[in-house]
Design a binder for this molecule. Structure first.
Ligand code: UT7
Length: 328
């Protein structure tokens, strides 16, 4: 059995605390001008000390369920895409399941860096298409701020905290997810990583002294990869759906850097008003960036039934993922 699967409801959670570039200027050697011109970021949200990733995941998931008129007990599956889990184990999805009271749901985390939400949509939608489940909560949730070295200007200016959630369900044939394209290049694993605390570098005083528990990134290498892959992955997923770039109504790219988004937009030949950009307000929220941008586009009335939406992301791994969604 295969069934068409699409999005039935959306939710988000962004912490109330705003951290502007001007405030960061006071703590590291950077400037609002540098950050704005190199990334497009003006401000980001920072979770309070007591807030963990599953708190944001819960809040976003709860809103998505309310908007779909679903009770937590009806949820079949929860996938949380994250690189900033509450703990190494158990999964953030299990913490989220408990907070929601979604006791029937299977739950697991998925680690594909900033491409995680697209990977999770692919995994969850296949399980519904083939009849294993009838619905799933797909969540991208991150508290990046607790994994950053706030003295490292190469990384601390870029990231922010947020969560976005989608309820996916069977939809009318011809609508929903028309195609997916996922990929990985483990040869680039060292370009973006958090090396400490796992089995390769178990946490010791030494790993902490060396700062291995912080995100490490070779920014310009990741940048070059991103510029190439965002265009490639968008064109490939459109080809798989049998669509041309002219048929795209809205592009929702991973929100990492406006220069990376601009390159993808140019490659596709898209009009700028067909692109969602909110990196100026949230920074790079990793696996949460695409669902938050999708939510905002929907709330702003930019999505109508029948629209062809391309979502595309890249991230640690290295990974990439794209999908064409025809809004039901
Ligand atoms: O979701 C995936 C996550 N990662 C990404 O998306 C990152 C992708 N990469 C990027 O977005 C860009 O590479 C950055 C925004 C990180 C950096 O921009 P860039 O144009 O590639 O700059 P760069 O790394 O080539 O650095 C240029 C200069 C360097 O100084 P020198 O060596 O030329 O003297 C850096 O030290 O800018 C310096 N620099 C800064 N200066 C002021 C790096 N960070 C900062 C900063 N403020 N925050």
């Amino acid at each position: 059995m295969t069934r068409a699967v699409g999005i039935a409801g959306l939710g988000t959670a962004v912490p109330p605390k705003v951290l502007t570039n001007k405030e960061i200027e006071k703590t590291v050697d950077t400037s609002d001008e540098w950050i704005t011109s190199r990334t497009g970021i003006k401000e980001r949200r920072i979770a309070e000390d007591h807030v963990s990733t599953s708190d944001l995941a819960f809040e976003a998931a709860h809103e998505a369920l309310v908007s779909t008129n679903m009770k937590p007990e009806e949820v079949d599956l929860i996938i949380v895409a994250t690189v900033s889990p509450d703990m190494i184990f158990p999964s953030t999805a299990c913490f989220t399941q408990e907070k929601l009271g979604a006791h029937k749901a299977a739950a697991f985390d998925l680690g594909a860096g900033c491409s995680g939400f697209i990977y999770a949509l692919a995994a969850g939608s296949q399980m519904i298409a083939t009849g294993l489940y009838d619905n799933a909560l797909i969540i991208g949730a991150e508290v990046m701020s607790k994994q950053l070295n706030w003295k490292d200007r190469n990384t601390c200016i870029l990231f922010g905290d947020a969560a976005g959630a989608a309820v996916i369900k069977p939809v009318e044939e011809g609508k929903g997810f028309l195609s997916f394209y996922l990929g990985a290049d483990g040869g680039g694993a060292d370009l973006l990583s958090l090396p400490g605390g796992g089995t390769k570098h178990p946490a010791t005083h030494e790993t902490v002294d060396k700062g291995l528990h912080y995100i490490q990134m070779a920014g310009s290498e990741v940048f070059k990869f991103a510029v190439r892959i965002m265009g490639d992955a968008s064109l490939e997923v459109l080809k798989r759906a049998g669509l041309s770039p002219e048929e795209v109504d809205l592009l929702i790219p991973h929100q990492a850097n406006t220069r990376i988004v601009d390159a993808a937009v140019k490659r596709l030949g898209l009009d700028k008003n067909k692109v969602c950009v909110n990196v100026d307000r949230y920074g790079n929220t990793s696996a949460a960036s695409i669902p938050v941008a999708l939510y905002e586009s929907f709330e702003q009335g930019r999505i109508k039934p029948g629209d062809n939406i391309v979502m595309v992301g890249f991230g640690a791994g290295l990974t990439w993922g794209s999908t064409v969604l025809r809004w039901a």
